[in-house]
Design a protein around this ligand. Structure first.
Ligand SMILES: [Zn+2]
Length: 693
C-alpha cells in the first residue's frame, strides 16, 4: 500500500504530529484557501519555486510548540480533528442514541475523563505486567505473545502502518502476491522501538546519542511500571540488546520495496523450521488464525534471528523486553506521567516537538484510530458535501484518460505492453470519500468509564476481523484509511486508489476554485496515486492485483533507464535534515510525484481545450491557467519540519521532503519553464530532465 504522505496512523504520531496552538476548544480553526498573492515577489520563481511560493506561508505559520511540522496537511488535520471533536461531543451528550453514537460517544467520554485515567494509574496494565512476570519458561511465549497481540492496536502489527514498532513480530492478513483472490496470514518483522534498523546499527554520533536517550527512556518507563531504579537500568540494557539483534536480522528498507523479496510463502512446517523454539501452531491457535496451506513470511531471516534470540537470551531478558515493548504501545492510554515519558522520547527527542497536544485532540484521534468507521459516519454527514464526490470523480476520470493518452504516446513501450497497461488502468477501482458499507462494531463493548479497556477491546476486535479474512478474496471495497484522514493511497493488490473525505477540503479540493487550481492541488494527488500503479514496483502487479510480469524485456529495460534518472536526481543532500536522501528508497514516491503532476496538467489541458482555452489563457486572477496550476500545486506542499522530524523522515520513509516534492518535479517540466519564463542554466530547469510518465 503506497501512501501520499507520512501516515497519521503511526502510533506515536498520534501523540505529536497533528498538534495545534492553544486555540479555544470551542472554536473551529480556519480553513485555508489558495491565494496566488501569497508568493514572495522579491524572489525569482526560476531559482527556487518552493521558496517563491512558500516563504511567506512558512513565516506566517511557524511550527507551534506541540507540533513537529507545520504544513497545509497538518493545518487541515487540525481542522478535521476539531470537526471530529464536535461530532464526538455531540455523541457523548446525546440522548436516545443510535448504537453507533453510543460507541463513539462513550469511547470519547472515557478518554476525555483525564482524572479517572490518572486515578487508575498503572492498574489497567497491571494484569499484563503480572502475566509477563509469572512467565517461567520461554516455551510459554506463544500464548503470552498472543495475549499481547490481541491488546495492542493492529496497526502496530502491520509493518506499513507501524514502521517497526510492535512486540517481537507483526501479524496481519494480506492478499497472496500470486493470487489476490486468496488472503494469507502474514508474519512480518517488527518489535523495535526506534523508527528504523539504521537507528540501531549506524555508528555516527547522532545515532549513538539517540540510543543513549532511548536507553534512559526505557529505564524510566520500566520504573514507571513499578521496577526499582537498579532493576530498570539493567533491564533497559537487555531490551536494547534484544532489539539490536532484531534490527540486525531485519530486512533492509530498500530491499523490502521489491515485492518479490517479500513473497515467501511457507507451510506451517516451513514456518516452524525457521524458529524451532517457538510453537507456531499454538500461537496461531491462540490468535484464531484459520488453518491454511500457506503463510506469508515477509522476511525469513528475521525469524531465524528470533530463533537465535530464543537460545541466547535468558528468560529475564525476555520478560524485560515484553514488559517494555508492550507498555510503550499502551502508554498513550495510561496515566499522565506515563503519557509524558512516552511523549518525551517519541515526541521531543526523536521528533522535536516541545509539548503535548491538548487531551481533546488526542482523544479525537484515538477515537478515529480505534472506531474509525463509527466515528467517520457523523463526520461525513456533517462536513462532507456530497456534490464534492461528483466533481472529484470527474477529475479522477479525466486524469485516468490522460494516462491512457500518455501510454499511447510512450515511444519506449511496445504495443503488447501498452495493451496490458491500458487493461490495468481500466480495471482500477476509484474510491472516493468513504465506504459504501460501514464496518459493524456491534461486537465491541465500549464502556463510558474504561478508556484502557475500550482501546484493548477495539484492538482485539480489529485483529480478529483481520484474521477472519484469511482464505477469502481481497475485498476491493474495504478502506485502509478512515474518512477524516488527510492522506490518500494506492493499493496494488486490490488495484484501487483511495481518497478519504478528510483530504477533499480546501486547499486540496475547493468547490469554489477554477479547474487549474483544483488540478494543481488535488489533481496532482490523484495523479500521484494513479501513477503508483505504474511506478517501479507497482508496474510489477497486473490488473487483478497479482505479482505477474507483463512487460517485455526491452520495455522493462527502457522503464529501468527512466527510473534510474529519477533515482539519481533524488539521491541528494538534504541540508535541513542533516542526512543524504537515498533515491532508491524514494524512487516510487518520486515517480508518483512526477507522473502525477504531468497527468494532472495533461488532464487540465484536455479540460481547457473542451472550453476553447489552453494553458496560456489568462484566468480571472490575471495569471495564466498553467501559472495557477503550478502555484496551487506548490501551495499544498508549503511547510517546514523540525530538523529531528526531517531527519527521521528522510531516513525511514519513501517520501521526499515537501521542498523537493515541488522543486525536483517542476524542474523536470518544460511546461513549468514555459509558464514562468525560466531558461536553461537556471536551478528550476534541469539539464537532464527525468520522465517516466
Ligand atoms: Zn505515494
Amino acid at each position: 500500500m503506497r501512501l501520499l504522505t507520512v501516515t497519521t496512523a503511526v502510533l506515536c504520531a498520534l501523540l505529536f504530529v497533528q498538534a495545534g496552538r492553544a486555540e479555544s476548544p470551542d472554536a473551529m480553526p480556519s480553513i485555508e484557501h489558495f491565494n496566488p498573492e501569497q508568493v514572495d515577489k522579491s524572489l525569482d520563481p526560476c531559482t527556487d519555486f518552493f521558496q517563491y511560493t512558500c516563504a511567506k506561508w512558512v513565516k506566517a505559520n511557524p511550527i507551534p510548540a506541540d507540533q513537529t511540522t507545520s504544513d497545509t496537511f497538518t493545518k487541515l488535520v487540525i481542522w478535521n480533528v476539531a470537526a471530529l471533536r464536535n461530532t464526538l461531543e455531540d455523541a457523548s451528550k446525546a440522548t436516545n442514541r443510535t448504537p453507533v453514537q453510543q460507541k463513539a460517544g462513550d469511547y470519547y467520554a472515557s478518554c476525555i475523563d483525564e482524572a479517572a485515567v490518572n486515578k487508575a494509574g498503572i492498574a489497567p496494565f497491571q494484569p499484563t505486567i503480572d502475566r509477563i512476570a509469572k512467565m517461567e519458561s520461554k516455551s510459554e511465549l506463544p500464548e503470552i505473545l498472543a495475549s499481547i497481540h490481541q491488546m495492542i492496536r493492529p496497526a502496530n502489527l502491520n509493518f506499513i502502518d507501524a514502521q517497526y514498532q510492535g512486540v517481537l513480530f507483526g501479524l496481519y492478513s494480506s492478499p497472496d502476491f500470486d493470487n489476490a483472490q486468496v488472503t494469507l496470514a502474514t508474519i512480518d518483522q517488527s518489535g523495535m522501538g526506534l523508527p528504523g534498523r539504521e537507528f540501531y546499527l549506524n555508528d555516527d554520533d547522532k545515532s549513538k546519542g539517540i540510543r543513549d536517550q532511548y536507553l534512559k527512556h526505557i529505564a524510566r518507563m520500566l520504573e514507571l511500571s513499578g521496577e526499582t531504579p537498579a532493576q530498570s537500568a539493567a533491564d533497559a540494557q537487555s531490551v536494547l540488546g534484544l532489539e539490536t539483534v532484531l534490527a540486525k536480522a531485519a530486512m533492509d528498507i530498500v530491499v523490502r520495496r521489491d515485492p518479490k523479496n517479500l513473497n515467501n510463502k511457507m507451510s506451517l512446517e516451513q514456518v516452524q523450521a525457521l524458529t524451532p523454539s517457538f510453537n507456531w501452531n499454538r500461537y496461531f491457535t491462540a490468535m484464531q488464525v484459520p488453518a491454511a496451506p500457506h503463510y506469508l513470511v515477509t522476511s525469513p531471516d528475521f525469524f531465524r534471528g528470533i530463533e537465535k534470540l530464543l537460545s541466547s537470551e535468558p528468560i529475564d531478558h525476555w520478560r524485560a523486553y515484553l514488559r517494555y515493548s508492550t507498555m510503550t504501545l499502551m502508554a498513550p492510554f495510561l496515566s499522565q506521567s506515563i503519557v509524558e515519558e512516552n511523549f518525551d522520547f517519541y515526541g521531543r527527542q526523536l521528533n522535536g516537538a516541545r509539548q503535548l497536544q491538548p487531551r481533546w485532540r488526542r482523544c479525537s484521534l484515538n477515537a478515529d484510530a480505534d472506531l474509525g468507521e463509527a466515528v467517520g459516519q457523523a463526520y461525513v454527514a456533517k462536513y462532507f458535501p456530497p456534490e464534492n464526490k461528483e466533481r472529484m470523480l470527474e477529475m479522477v476520470k479525466a486524469i485516468e484518460t490522460a494516462l491512457h493518452q500518455d501510454i499511447d504516446a510512450a515511444a519506449w513501450m511496445s504495443p503488447g505492453t501498452k495493451q496490458f497497461a491500458h487493461a490495468k488502468l481500466a480495471a482500477q477501482v476509484d474510491k472516493i470519500a468513504y465506504p459504501d458499507h460501514w464496518q459493524d462494531y456491534s461486537a465491541v463493548v465500549i464502556k463510558r468509564d474504561d478508556f484502557f479497556g475500550n482501546v484493548a477491546r477495539s484492538a482485539h476486535f480489529e485483529i480478529d476481523r483481520r484474521m477472519a479474512k484469511v482464505g477469502k478474496p481481497a475485498d476491493r471495497q474495504e478502506w485502509a484509511m478512515t474518512p477524516p484522514t488527510v492522506n490518500a493511497y494506492e493499493d496494488a493488490q486490490t488495484n484501487t486508489i483511495n481518497f478519504p473525505a478528510g483530504i477533499l477540503q480546501p486547499p486540496f479540493f475547493d468547490a469554489k476554485e477554477i479547474d487549474a487550481v483544483n488540478y494543481g492541488a488535488i489533481g496532482m494527488v490523484i495523479g500521484h496515486e494513479i501513477t503508483h500503479g505504474f511506478d517501479d514496483q507497482g508496474r510489477k502487479f497486473d490488473a487483478e492485483g497479482n505479482l505477474k510480469d507483463w512487460w517485455t524485456a526491452t520495455d522493462a529495460a527502457n522503464y529501468d533507464e527512466r527510473d534510474q534518472c529519477i533515482q539519481e536526481e533524488y539521491t541528494q543532500e538534504v541540508p535541513e535534515a542533516g542526512v543524504k536522501q537515498n533515491g532508491k528508497l524514494s524512487a516510487g514516491e518520486d515517480t508518483a510525484d512526477n507522473g502525477g503532476t504531468h497527468l494532472a496538467l495533461a488532464a487540465l489541458q484536455n479540460t481547457l481545450k473542451a472550453q476553447g482555452k489552453d494553458l496560456d489563457t489568462a484566468a480571472p486572477d490575471g495569471l495564466t491557467e498553467s501559472q495557477n496550476f503550478f502555484l496551487a500545486l506548490a501551495n499544498v506542499w508549503c511547510g517546514a519540519n523540525r530538523p529531528e522530524a526531517a531527519r527521521t523522515a528522510v531516513m525511514t520513509q519513501g517520501h521526499s521532503l515537501n521542498r523537493y516534492r515541488v522543486n525536483n518535479v517542476l524542474a523536470n517540466m518544460p511546461e513549468f519553464a514555459h509558464a514562468f519564463g525560466c531558461h536553461a542554466g537556471q536551478p528550476m530547469v534541469h539539464a537532464n530532465s527525468c520522465r517516466v510518465w
